[in-house]
Design a protein around this ligand. Structure first.
Ligand code: SF4
Length: 341
């Protein structure tokens, strides 16, 4: 059995290695566990850090010491064996991670407890909330407003500020705005409104947040995480990062907004999922997006761009210096100066 930790998470690696050593010493792992005839070894391994190693073939590539990039489908877990079982377990939702998240002292959860956990929704408001922490609420009735504002959950936006926007499902989800606060934390409600619940991390941003800077932070993450396999993602995310950087640094060009949307359209063609903007008379585009890439990382980089541009376009245009064209005057040259000299 393998435990895979991202390369840059050194602290997590140390903690897991220490726990694993303790488990071996206590004979909870290894040969003839607790005197039984059952044996299992757990190998802790880590890669260089890449979003795509959450996909099976890329994970196997990385485990084998190669670059964390999509591999051949021929190495996909077979029809039997431990990898196949692990894959089936993942599909059935048997992964222990959600249980471990909420009840860190329990490393194993009886199967019936999964049913209880399934009736709850688990999210983590991050950002300028009074209590940014992982919380669990009843599924179906918990809303984003509960999650962000309730004293039992996020505790509200810090004093003196107001909510500007929030990302309901981690960096890859299209943004929501104050009028979406009363939506329940349910995929079937959130999807038609133009976003998704994704990882469960709700990124909260208050009125002190610069929409362009926030957009760049998210895009830069995806540009750096791109494994480079697909051209639209490899080139497109880098272009997006470069264009946003020059806008922020005051070197933006008047054509940059259209260029950004054009690059985004090459990664995810057609209307990209986005929340409604009632004041502007714009309807929501439902999730999910289309993609020209193998995995959803590339299209994820488009979410902050289309969300921010739909709602805060003026923040982009304000940063773009609309210079007058430099006049080019053609005058006949004279050699008078040379002759006089
Ligand atoms: S979209 Fe393509 S290039 Fe980008 S991370 Fe996924 S597989 Fe790699």
């Amino acid at each position: 059995m393998f435990l895979y930790v991202r390369g840059e998470m050194a602290h997590a690696q140390e903690r897991i290695a220490a726990a694993l050593n303790e488990a071996y010493e206590a004979n909870l792992v290894g040969r003839n566990i607790l005197g039984t005839d059952f044996s299992v070894d757990i190998v802790l391994t880590w890669g260089a850090g890449a979003y795509i190693v959450g996909e099976e073939t890329a994970l196997i590539e990385s485990l084998e010491g190669h670059r964390g990039c999509l591999g051949s489908a021929a190495v996909l877990p077979g029809r039997q064996g431990p990898l196949h079982e692990a894959h089936r377990g993942q599909q059935r939702g048997d992964a222990l991670q959600p249980a471990v998240d909420h009840e860190p002292r329990r490393h194993e959860v009886p199967r019936h407890r999964h049913r209880d956990l399934a009736r709850h929704t688990s999210h983590r408001p991050v950002g300028p909330c009074a209590q940014p922490r992982r919380v669990r609420g009843p599924q179906g009735s918990t809303t984003f407003r509960d999650l962000i504002e309730s004293p039992d959950y996020g505790g509200g936006i810090r004093e003196g500020h107001e909510l500007k926007m929030f990302i309901p499902g981690g960096a890859s989800a299209p943004w929501f705005f104050p009028e979406h606060l009363d939506l329940p934390l349910e995929a079937r409600e959130v999807g038609p409104q133009g976003s998704m619940l994704g990882s469960g991390a709700v990124v909260v941003m208050d009125d002190s947040t610069d929409a362009v800077r926030a957009c760049l932070r998210v895009v830069r993450f995806f540009a750096r995480e791109s494994c480079g396999k697909c051209t639209p993602c490899r080139e497109g995310t880098t272009w997006e990062e470069q264009i946003l950087t020059r806008i922020l640094e005051g070197h933006g060009r008047p054509s940059d907004i259209e260029l950004l949307l054009d690059v985004a359209d090459n990664i995810s063609p057609g209307p990209y999922p986005v929340a409604s903007h009632e004041a502007a008379g714009l309807d929501a585009v439902p999730f999910p997006p289309r993609q020209t890439t193998i995995c959803p990382l590339g299209p994820s980089s488009v979410a902050p761009i289309t969300s921010a541009l739909r709602r805060f376009r003026s923040e982009f245009t304000d940063k773009i210096t609309l210079r007058d064209p430099i006049p080019v005057v053609s005058e006949p040259s004279t050699n008078e100066g040379v002759r006089n000299g």
